[in-house]
Design a protein around this ligand. Structure first.
Ligand code: KDG
Ligand code: MG
Length: 402
């Protein structure tokens, strides 16, 4: 029997910070897992290095489920983003190893393809409505069939989701940047610019929007109702998702589909949302929700309630997570859509072999495992730098959800 011989926690910052776990077996097979938790990277690195790596040495790398249960039940302290991201990194690395040992891509081990490719949505944004419309046009030119639209709210410093240069990176400062928030300005403006997108491009395009946890349930209900005729693919995170019953109120008032779950890390965190059919798309990911093993469990529960998948895929999820996401997305029966932001050229200097993007669809690599390799020499050129996500304050100076 092969055993786990080496466990390395790799931290690099090619354009942004990434934490990667590399597991090597006694047969010399390596597996990669993403362990990046944006703005709290070193907490997961320490969890893995100090508390998980010593437990893995000598274990059988083939026993993925048992290792998952060992790390989850063995921690005693359940769930939470740091624990679940650490477990995810181990889980994904072990699936990568299992695929390499079998000589098969991971999606074959999950039951094989249910579809030819994975529909993705990209991010269009603008400092004003005209710039947003130009950005949507440019993404359509590139073949995207689904586009998320966000525009800067006039008069506020810093709106979530609005790109300044070629790449959007909110975790860009050594201490959290303070942005402003006004619910009334947002509620007046967002339906207006989403209508402009529909007016210009019609309905032959999936249109998405991220509220980013900013509204109360009744405000979210009003927003959803006000954009109903625009037939959004979804409104995302209308209200902070830890209050699961809040979605009952939103649901009572609007047929605009709801997506949530990117900050949630276990099946327990989405159980009520799913079993009460309070959402339409579940956005949990392989990196923050316990790896491929646990994500599959969440998606299977969602399938029982006709809820589709719509995994988070921002640029703070490394190319290893993109590969893991596509492996799951291509296999599960209830796939909905996959977020895809892509990464900077520096990131692709470190991570090679990312899934192929063509005409708004992602296609998995046919290489055994997940198909991603990690370039240590390139990684060494990009040392870790502390970076924080912004925070938001309402106009009276009080803290708001960012
Ligand atoms: O690290 C935080 C980002 O991943 C998040 O703000 C991105 O909301 C997001 C999205 O939908 O991509
Ligand atoms: Mg989001």
């Amino acid at each position: 029997m092969a055993t786990i011989d080496r466990v390395e926690v790799l931290v690099t910052s090619p354009g942004r910070n990434f934490v990667t776990l590399r597991i090597t077996t006694s047969d010399g097979v390596t597996g990669l897992g993403d362990a990046t938790l944006n703005g709290r990277e070193l907490a997961v690195a320490s969890y893995l290095e100090d508390h998980v790596a010593p437990l893995l040495i000598g274990r059988d790398p083939a026993r993925i489920e048992d290792t998952w249960q060992y790390l989850y039940k063995g921690a005693y302290w359940r769930r939470g983003p740091v624990t679940m991201t650490a477990i995810a990194a181990v889980d994904v690395a072990l699936w990568d190893i299992k695929g390499k040992v079998a000589g098969l891509p991971v999606y074959e081990l999950l039951g094989g393809r249910s579809r030819d490719g994975v529909l993705v949505y990209c991010h269009a944004s603008g400092e004003d409505v005209a710039a947003l419309l130009d950005d949507v046009a440019a993404y359509r030119e590139r073949g995207f069939k689904a586009i998320r639209a966000q525009a800067a709210v006039p008069g506020l410093s810093g709106t979530y989701g609005v790109r300044k240069g070629a790449y959007y990176e909110p975790a860009a400062t050594a201490l959290p940047e303070e942005q402003q928030w006004s619910t009334s300005s947002y509620l007046d403006f967002a339906p207006f610019y989403l209508a402009k997108v529909r007016e210009k491009f019609g309905f032959g395009l999936h249109l998405l929007h991220d509220v980013h946890h900013r509204l109360t349930p009744i405000e979210a209900a009003r927003f959803g109702k006000s954009v109903e005729e625009l037939r959004l693919f979804w409104m995302e995170d209308p209200t902070p998702a830890e209050n699961q019953e809040a979605f009952r109120l939103i649901r009572r008032h609007t047929t605009t589909p709801i997506a949530t779950g990117e900050v949630l890390s276990s099946v327990w965190d989405v159980k009520q949302l799913i079993t009460e059919q309070l959402i339409d798309y579940v956005r949990t990911t392989a990196v923050h929700a316990g790896g491929i093993t646990h994500l599959r469990r969440i998606f299977d529960l969602a399938a029982l309630y006709q809820i589709r998948t719509g995994s988070h895929g921002a640029s703070d999820l490394s190319p290893v997570t993109v590969a893991a996401a596509v492996a799951v997305d291509i296999a599960v029966p209830n796939f909905g859509i996959q977020e895809h932001m892509g990464h900077t050229p520096e990131t692709y200097e470190v991570f090679h072999g990312t899934p192929r993007l063509e005409n708004g669809m992602l296609y998995p690599s046919d290489a055994p495992g997940l198909g991603i390799t990690y370039d240590d020499e390139a990684a060494a050129r990009f040392p870790y730098e502390p970076r924080y996500l912004p925070v938001a304050r309402a106009l009276d100076g009080s803290m708001h959800d960012w």
